[in-house]
Design a protein around this ligand. Structure first.
Ligand code: BGC
Length: 596
C-alpha cells in the first residue's frame, strides 16, 4: 500500500496517464446501439420499486427496451395518482409537471440496444398513500412488457413497499448499506485482538479488549483466501459467520476487499501479489478470482446480507502518478487494471445485495490539482465503461490502509497567509490544497457528480489508523512561518505525507460510524488494525510479498517518495497482512478518540 511520489513527478507522470487512456479507446457510453429511433418499433418493460418512509421515498426504475434499438435518446414517462413530488433524480434527468413525470437518459448514454436496460432513481416526497404508477411509456409508447407484434394488456410493474418506518426488505439494494445495519465482526481478527489483550494485560490490555468487537474489512488478498487458509477462514465461512451474527430483523453489513489484480501494488513491493500481467494474469484474475467470489456472493443463502466490496485499493491511482515504474506502465498499457476493475464491477454489481466502493487513494496522493481531475476522469471513464455504467458503483473509499486524518482541526484553511505565504506551501503539504480526507472526499464527490455520477453516491473513509492521539497531539497552531505553523498544528505527525508503512505515532481513528455527514455513507475500518503494512527487513515467503525499503525505519526515502525523510516505520515488522503486536499496542495507546 504505497502512498505516493513527489508532486513534481506527479505532473510529468500525468501526461503518460492520459495518453494511455486515450490509447485504450475508453469512451463514456455503456451501451452499443444500432438502428434509428425515428423509424423504430418501440416496446418496453418497466420495473418500478420504492423504499419509503413516512414523508418520502426513493424510487428505482429499470426500463428494458423490447423493441428496436434506440440510438438518439430515451425518455420514460408516467403519471402519479397521489401527491408524490419528485425532488431529485440520478442517472436520468427527472422532471415533474403536475402529476406527470418524465425521465430522460443522460447525454453520454443516449442509446438503448434491443434487450438492454437502463436504471435510474429519484427521491420524492409524498403524504397519504404512495401508489405505484399504473403505466409507463418509453419514448411515448406505453410499455406492455412484451416485444411486438405480440401485445398483452399487462403492464409489468413490480412494487416493493415497506411499512412506514420499517427497514427495507432483506436483499433489496438500498442507498446506504451501512444505514440501519450491524457491522460484521471478523472472528479471526477479533481473536487476534483478544489474544493481544490477554498477553498485554493491564490498562492497555483492557483497552485492547474493548475494540475486539469492531467490524473490520476482510481482505481477499489471493486466490487461496477465497477457500480459506490454515489461519484464516474463507469467503463462505465469513458469510456464514455474518449470517450467524444477525439478530432480529437488523441486516448485517460485511466488508470484503477485492485485492488481487495482476501487477498488484505496482509502485511498491510490500503487497505485490500472485498474478502478473505477463503471465496471463488478467484472465486468471477473472476466472480464478472474481468469478468464484461472485458465485459465492450470489448464493441466495446470503441474500439477506449487505455485502460491501472495496474494489482494488491503489490500482487506478497508480495509473495517475506512477506509470514511470515498469510494472505500473505495464498495468496501464495492457489495460489490465482498467479491465480488471471493470470486470469486478460488472460481476459484483449484478448481485443486488453487493455494494461496490471503488478506491480513490487519499488526499496526500491525489489531492494536487494536477492529479485530482485526471483521477476523476480515469475512474469515471472506467465506471462508464461497465455494463451498468454509472450505476455499477455505490460510492468511493479513501484512505484505505493509510494514515491521513479525517480532519486537521487546527489547519482548516490551506490558503491562510502566514509570513506572506499560503499555508499549503509548507514543506509538509507541498502546495497540496487538501490536508485531510473530509475536504478531499468532498472535492472528489463534487467532481464525480459533475462528471455524471449519480448524486446518491456515498463516500467512505478508512479511519482505522488515522487517529493521531496520545500526548504528542497538538492543541493548536502557531508560528510566523508556514513550516512552523503547519508543523506545530498538524495532528498527522508523519515525517512526510508520502510515508505509508507501519507509521510510528499513529493511533486508531474514529470507530466505524454510519452517515457521519452529508454524502458520507460511513467511516469504516478496512485495514484491520494490528496487521502489518510490510516487513521492515526482507523475509522469504510464498505469498508474493516483497521487501519495500519504505518499511525499513533506517531508510531515507527518495526525494520523490517522501522528500528524503526517514520512513517513520516501526522496527521488527512482519510481512504485510501478518499480526504486528507492537504496532497494535501503539495504535491502541494513541487512539483518537481514546479507547475508554
Ligand atoms: C496486504 C494483505 C493484507 C491486508 C490487510 C495488505 O497490505 O497485502 O495481504 O491482507 O494488507 O492487512
Amino acid at each position: 500500500m504505497p502512498a505516493s511520489a513527489s508532486s513534481r513527478s506527479r505532473r510529468t507522470r500525468l501526461i503518460s496517464g492520459l495518453s494511455a487512456l486515450a490509447a485504450l479507446g475508453l469512451t463514456a457510453g455503456f451501451l452499443v446501439a444500432t438502428g434509428n429511433e425515428a423509424s423504430a418499433a418501440t416496446a418496453c418493460k418497466v420495473d418500478y420499486s420504492v423504499n419509503q418512509w413516512s414523508t418520502g421515498f426513493t424510487g428505482t426504475v429499470t426500463v428494458t427496451n423490447l423493441g428496436d434499438a434506440i440510438a438518439n435518446g430515451w425518455t420514460v414517462g408516467w403519471d402519479f395518482t397521489g401527491n408524490q413530488q419528485v425532488q431529485q433524480g440520478w442517472s436520468a434527468t427527472v422532471t415533474q409537471s403536475g402529476q406527470h413525470v418524465t425521465a430522460t437518459g443522460p447525454d453520454w448514454a443516449k442509446s438503448l440496444a434491443t434487450g438492454a436496460t437502463a436504471t435510474f432513481g429519484f427521491n420524492a416526497s409524498y403524504s397519504g398513500t404512495n401508489a405505484a404508477p399504473a403505466a409507463f411509456t418509453l419514448n411515448g409508447t406505453t410499455c406492455t412488457g412484451s416485444a411486438p407484434p405480440t401485445t398483452t394488456t399487462t403492464t409489468t410493474t413490480t412494487t416493493t413497499t415497506t411499512t412506514t418506518g420499517n427497514p427495507p426488505p432483506p436483499g433489496s439494494h438500498v442507498d446506504n448499506p451501512y444505514a440501519g445495519a450491524k457491522g460484521y465482526v471478523n472472528p479471526d481478527w477479533s481473536s487476534e485482538v483478544t489474544t493481544a489483550a490477554a498477553t498485554t494485560g493491564g490498562a492497555l490490555g483492557s483497552q485492547m479488549s474493548k475494540v475486539a468487537n469492531t467490524s473490520t474489512g476482510v481482505w481477499l488478498d489471493r486466490i487461496a483466501a477465497i477457500a480459506g487458509t490454515d489461519t484464516q477462514r474463507g469467503l463462505r465461512a465469513h458469510l456464514d459467520a455474518a449470517l450467524a451474527q444477525a439478530t432480529g430483523g437488523t441486516p448485517v453489513v460485511a466488508q470484503f476487499v477485492i485485492y488481487d489484480l495482476p501487477n498488484r501494488d505496482c509502485a511498491a513491493l510490500a503487497s505485490n501479489g500472485e498474478l502478473q500481467v505477463s503471465q496471463d494474469g488478467l484472465s486468471k484474475y477473472k476466472s480464478q478470482y472474481i468469478d468464484p467470489i461472485a458465485a459465492i456472493m450470489a448464493d441466495p443463502k446470503y441474500a439477506s446480507l449487505r455485502i460491501v466490496a472495496i474494489i482494488e485499493p491503489d490500482s487506478l491511482p497508480n495509473l495517475i502518478t506512477n506509470t514511470s515504474m515498469a510494472k505500473c506502465a505495464e498495468a496501464q498499457s495492457s489495460g489490465a487494471y482498467v479491465q480488471g476493475v471493470q470486470y469486478a464491477l460488472n460481476k459484483l454489481h449484478a448481485i443486488s445485495n453487493v455494494y461496490n466502493y471503488l478506491d480513490i487513494a487519499h488526499s496526500a496522493w491525489l489531492g494536487w490539482d494536477s492529479n485530482l481531475q485526471p483521477a476523476v476522469n480515469l475512474i469515471t471513464s472506467t465506471i462508464k465503461g461497465t455494463t451498468a455504467g454509472v450505476n455499477s458503483v455505490d460510492g468511493f473509499i479513501s484512505d484505505t490502509a493509510n494514515y491521513t486524518p479525517v480532519a486537521e482541526p487546527y489547519l482548516t484553511d490551506p490558503n491562510l497567509t502566514i509570513g506572506g505565504q499560503p499555508l499549503r506551501s509548507a514543506t509538509i503539504y507541498q502546495w497540496n490544497p487538501y490536508f485531510d480526507e473530509s475536504h478531499y472526499d468532498t472535492a472528489m464527490y463534487n467532481a464525480f457528480v459533475a462528471a455524471g455520477l449519480p448524486s446518491s453516491i456515498g463516500m467512505l473513509i478508512d479511519t482505522s489508523r488515522d487517529g493521531w492521539g496520545g500526548s504528542a497531539r497538538p492543541t493548536g497552531a502557531s508560528g510566523s512561518t508556514v513550516d512552523a505553523y503547519a508543523d506545530s498544528g498538524r495532528i498527522d505527525r508523519r515525517l512526510a505525507r508520502g510515508n505509508w508503512c507501519n507509521q510510528s505515532g499513529a493511533g486508531l481513528g474514529q470507530r466505524p460510524t454510519v452517515s457521519p455527514s452529508p454524502h458520507f455513507d460511513a467511516y469504516v475500518w478496512i485495514k484491520p488494525p494490528g496487521e502489518s503494512d510490510g516487513s521492515s527487513t526482507s523475509i522469504p515467503n510464498n505469498e508474493g510479498k516483497g521487501f519495500d525499503q519504505m518499511c525499513d525505519p533506517t531508510y531515507h526515502g527518495s526525494q520523490q517518495a517522501n522528500g528524503g525523510n526517514l520512513t517513520g516505520a516501526l522496527p521488527n515488522a512482519p510481512l504485510s497482512g501478518h499480526w504486528f503486536q507492537d504496532q497494535f499496542a501503539q495504535l491502541v495507546a494513541n487512539a483518537y478518540p481514546p479507547v475508554q
